[in-house]
Design a protein around this ligand. Structure first.
Ligand SMILES: NC(=O)c1ccc[n+]([C@@H]2O[C@H](COP(=O)([O-])OP(=O)(O)OC[C@H]3O[C@@H](n4cnc5c(N)ncnc54)[C@H](O)[C@@H]3O)[C@@H](O)[C@H]2O)c1
Length: 247
């Protein structure tokens, strides 16, 4: 298999399903050797990549836990000659009105979505230090810009990812490029939309293109940021969202 990422190694978290799984598959199809990481067994993603002729192995890690992330990067350092790409697609979505959101709920969302992004970016930056080059992609959401009732912790965590991306892009330039992708609604297990009617989706999401996105459309944006055509991007948050937010 040959492609624009031939010879590179990529870490993708949240790779057991959804956007992370699609990203792991797409980066592998572009030639990268992929470390597919998730809180739960990412075996199905690894198997799908292998079945397509790509190279991948699985890793289990809770991205919100500093020691677990440290162990993940120690294991990568031992097994791989270099780390070229890190994509943090692990994330959680909790819906609760403000008055029913506990401090613990809030902290959990921030811990996974924002602290997880920080820890994975920090580990990746350390791993990329020697080569002084690499690409880091974090996942925000269009809700960082739109806001949404009953998603206060999620919106705050995703707005935090935008700021984190900008700070890290400045700190790690010129060698390491840090960008974020802020998708609109995407058909993944997180949204559990498979039983929803098109009418419900139309009422719930105001999307000029008239549909929600596919995991591959988000993975393609991530591949762009990691590949040769993403070479002049850093500190940016790109929002594939069907036009729901126009930045
Ligand atoms: N689906 C959407 O509409 C949408 C829109 C905007 C942003 N996003 C963001 O994209 C990312 C991927 O979302 P998705 O839709 O694929 O979700 P998903 O729920 O389908 O997949 C998320 C994956 O992350 C893993 N995960 C959760 N907590 C983890 C942890 N602590 N450590 C390691 N792995 C963990 C889960 O096990 C799961 O495999 C998330 O950050 C999400 O917030 C999704």
């Amino acid at each position: 298999m040959t492609g624009v990422l031939e010879g590179q190694t990529a870490l993708v978290t949240g790779a057991a399903q959804g956007i992370g799984a699609a990203t792991a598959r797409m980066l592998a199809a572009a030639g990268a050797r992929v470390v597919a990481c998730d809180l739960k067994d990412p075996g199905a993603t690894v198997d799908a990549i292998a079945a397509g002729g790509g190279r991948a192995r699985g890793a289990v890690c809770d991205v919100s836990e500093p020691k677990a992330v440290e162990a993940l990067f120690s294991e990568i350092a031992a097994a791989e000659s270099a780390l070229d790409i890190a994509v943090n697609a692990a994330g959680i979505l909790q819906e609760a009105p403000l008055l029913q959101t506990t401090a613990e709920d809030f902290d959990r969302t921030i811990a996974v979505n924002l602290r997880g992004s920080f820890l994975v970016a920090q580990g990746a930056a350390r791993a990329m230090q020697g080569a002084a080059r690499g690409r880091i992609v974090l996942i925000s959401s269009e809700l960082a810009y739109l806001g949404r009732a009953s998603f206060s912790a999620y919106c705050a965590s995703k707005a935090g990812v935008v700021g984190l991306t900008r700070a890290l892009a400045r700190e790690l330039a010129p060698g390491i490029q840090v960008n974020a992708v802020a998708p609109g609604p995407v058909d993944t297990p997180m949204l559990a939309l498979e039983n929803m009617s098109q009418e419900w989706i139309d009422a719930e999401f105001d999307v000029p293109l008239g549909r929600i996105g596919t995991p591959d459309e988000i993975a393609g944006t991530i591949l762009f940021l990691c590949g040769p055509h993403g070479g002049f991007f850093t500190g940016q948050t790109i929002s594939p969202n069907g036009g729901a937010v126009m930045l």
